[in-house]
Structure formats: C-alpha cells, structure tokens
Design a protein around this ligand. Structure first.
Ligand SMILES: [Zn+2]
Length: 287
C-alpha cells in the first residue's frame, strides 16, 4: 500500500515532565512538492537531475541543541529523545543533512506521453519547554524550538496519456486512463494512471515497460491488486529512491483514493489541532 496522503498529519501534543520542567512535543507530516517534474514522450526520452537531501540542516540541529541545553540541561537530552520515541513509536535522531546529486535517464516510452512529479515526506517537529521558576512562585518561562526533517520517503505521481497529440504514430484513440493505481516499492510510493484491460487486469506504463496488475480476488471488485515488478525495468530514479535491491518483487496495489479517507482524518485531527491551540492559549494565559 502506498504511504501517500494529502494535507497534513498531526501527532501530539504529548506532554512530559523532564527534570523539573514541563515539555510538550508535537509533529506534523506533509508531502512536499520537490518541484521536480519530468516528461517523456514517444521517441523522446529525458535526463533528469536531482539533488536528494535527507536529514536536518546543520544550523537547525545546532540551535536545537543549544535550546535543549538552555532549557532542560544537556544531561536530559537522552530522556527527551526516549520520550519522543515512546510517543511516536519512531526513532528520533538529529541526523545532519546529506545531499546526493544524481542524473537519471528516462528512456522514451513505447508510445504516448508520461509525466512524473516528485514529492518528499517532511516532518516538522516542535518542542515547547515550560521552565519552572522559584518552585512555581514566579511565572514559568515558555520557549519553543522547531526542526524540519527531510525523510527518505518519496512519492511519484505519474500521469499517462496514450493519445498524446505530439505522438508521431498514427493516432490511437481510447477513453484515457481509468483510474489511479497506488503502490509502494521500498521507500517510494507511486500513484500511476492506469488503463483497464479486457481481462479485468490493469495496465500501467512506466518508462518503456507496461506492467500488469491482477485483481487479488477476481470475484469481488474491491480495488485490490497484485503486481509483479522486475525492478531493473523501472527508471533509474525509482530504483534509487526506493532503496530496493531485489530483482523481482511483487507489490500490493490499490485503487482506493486515500485523499478521500484523509478528509475524514483531517476532520478528526481538527480536534487535535484545536487541542494544540487550546494548549497554546492555556500556556499564554499563564504568562
Ligand atoms: Zn507514438
């Protein structure tokens, strides 16, 4: 299943007491448009250069470390880290950014047009410390720090047009893509325009290859598919971003649009957001 969602996912705020201080942690995830797109057409491949950056900017890490030292004391950094990890069930490391610059080739597709858009999952962490003073006799000092983490999770949205007008071949006419098939290859999620075939399978065109997805259960139309992939047939960029090194893989693919279920999630998370605001106004009212 693909990891892609639209909008934001909020986690927290989580509250803890570390040393003598009250600490609030929250995190918000979103897919950032990497502002990279690439179009390949019948008989016209493309070269795509991309600087992949993963981690947190050095100066953000430095100012975060000074923030923790000033508010909690450097001896508490380990308990802050384990508190965050316990609440999010995810590793929390202040990994410095690493940038890898690469050029990838997209060979020309058999026919038609394919356009690729690239996204990267980013996590914005926020930590607020309510520093107690004079054993509660003086008003607490409230300070916050934030960190933007560029994760190694990427997403590609591929649009396909088999009836591209720029195509030099005799015009084929069909109704266009039937739906968007979603699947995950390692760290890379994919959302690809797909075409319905007569045998109820779906075909997706990635680069010069056409992949076929078969329904998991042909008797029920639940939008769940299985698709074998020869990973070397994928464009180099996909190979690089997925981190997959296996030759043959089989993915679970779905027609389910998570953008729709996210709407419901955003509503339910709206309460979380207002909790954050309530928390903030609660903190402000104490000032
Ligand atoms: Zn063509």
């Amino acid at each position: 299943m693909d990891k892609y969602f639209s909008g934001f996912r909020h986690h927290g705020p989580f509250e803890a007491t570390i040393g003598n201080e009250k600490v609030y942690y929250s995190c918000s995830e979103s897919w950032l448009d990497a502002d990279r797109s690439c179009t390949i057409r019948c008989k016209a491949g493309a070269t795509f250069s991309y600087a992949k950056t993963i981690g947190i900017e050095e100066k953000e890490v430095e100012s975060f470390n000074s923030f923790v030292e000033a508010t909690l004391g450097s001896e508490h950094i380990a308990s802050l880290k384990s508190h965050i990890e316990a609440e999010t069930s995810r590793e929390f490391t202040l990994k410095r950014t690493e940038t890898e610059k690469d050029e990838f080739t997209f060979p020309a597709p058999g026919c038609g047009r394919q356009t690729y858009f690239l996204y990267q999952l980013v996590r914005d962490h926020q930590i607020t410390v309510e520093k107690q003073r004079w054993g509660g006799l003086a008003k607490p000092l409230i300070t916050s720090a934030s960190l933007r983490e560029k994760t190694s999770n990427f997403d590609v949205r591929e649009e396909v047009d088999r009836n591209d007008r720029a195509c030099p071949c005799p015009a084929a006419t069909d109704a266009g893509p039937a739906d968007v098939l979603r699947f995950q290859i390692g760290n890379l999620s994919l959302r690809v325009d797909c075409y319905e075939e007569n045998d109820r399978s779906l075909s997706v065109m990635i680069g010069r290859h056409t992949l076929k997805a078969q329904p998991v259960d042909p008797e029920v139309r639940d939008g769940q598919y299985r698709m074998p992939i020869v990973s070397r047939q994928l464009p180099e960029l996909f190979w690089n971003l997925s981190g997959i090194r296996k030759k043959n893989i089989e993915v679970e693919a779905s027609l389910k649009d998570f953008a729709l279920s996210t709407v419901a999630r955003i509503f339910s998370e709206g309460t979380v957001v207002s909790q954050v605001e309530a928390e903030a106004s609660f903190l402000t009212s104490k000032l």
